[in-house]
Design a protein around this ligand. Sequence first.
Ligand code: PMP
Length: 350
Amino acid sequence: MNKWINNIRQVVPYTPGEQPKEKNIIKLNTNENPYPPSPEVQKTLAGFEADTLRLYPDPAVEGLISAIAENYSLKPEQVFVGVGSDDVLAMSFLTFFNSGKPVLFPDITYSFYDVWADLFGIPYRCVPLDDDFCIRSDDYRGDCGGIIFPNPNAPTGIELPQESVEKIVKDHPDVIVIVDEAYVDFGGTSALPLIEKYDNVLIVQTFSKSRSMAGMRIGFAMGNPALIKYLNDVKYSFNSYTMSRISIECGISAIRDRSYFEETCRRIIETREWAKKELAALGFEFGDSKANFIFVRHKSVPAEELYNALRKEHIYVRYFKKPRIDNCLRITIGTREEMEALFAFLRKYI
Ligand code: PMP
């Protein structure tokens, strides 16, 4: 047996959703946006000078940070950017969760949180959602090393009301509370105003969902300038050039096109609300999603069977074989036409 094996950092990695190679599929499995990015992004790409790639990008990412700050009426010192919110969240775990006490997050949530905790040796405790898959803020009371939860939660899509978010932040002045708002733009309420009132809250968002740029990898955090400085210190201790020149330029174009962003979000919300009615008529049960997906359970057909039947039809949805949710499917909201095709099949099958 090789002795070096004893010196390896061995981890159980996160499993991302499938990215099938086949063409002509209906892809409702990874919460991507069914609409293209803003036409301004296309223009920026078309005008991009390849010669500039000889040079390193701006390590401080000033242009993109200023554009994000302007969009949210913040100061640039209140904004941090990274390679997708996964990068921002990983940096945040590394920066903020160092007390040695367990970090709290829901038992049913984004399945990367426990992976980062294990990778960085951070102790954690999963706090069960209630029977309706809601977060109960009272369950987060007491001593801990920090708190993180998505709002709306994933994969449930259920939103925690702002009073409860504020209560959690206020109850824990001595630790950092991270609100992962990857899906907030689809009708949820952002906790962003809390960053002016509390110095221990960090809001994390992404360009991957509401700005249709999962392939570009842009995420950002907003918080008190002290928190942002600590995040930058860790970033510069790891990799100074996280954002490519292309991501920076395209990110600026995307965030400045507010009307396109608002219009595509509105269309997704409209399709989601219509999809809820169709799903209910077909015998599905689900919580009131405020995200670009719906987490459903059928009253008679098992989720795994449905997942496989849909797959055979080249319709991909997400199935998690995990305790409490192994009879549920997460269906990303596609275009109206993609959803029509899904429902046509479900009507026949069920
Ligand atoms: N948070 C949540 C809750 C998510 O579902 C995702 C998407 N997988 C992310 C963060 C990360 O998204 P990205 O890295 O594309 O910004």
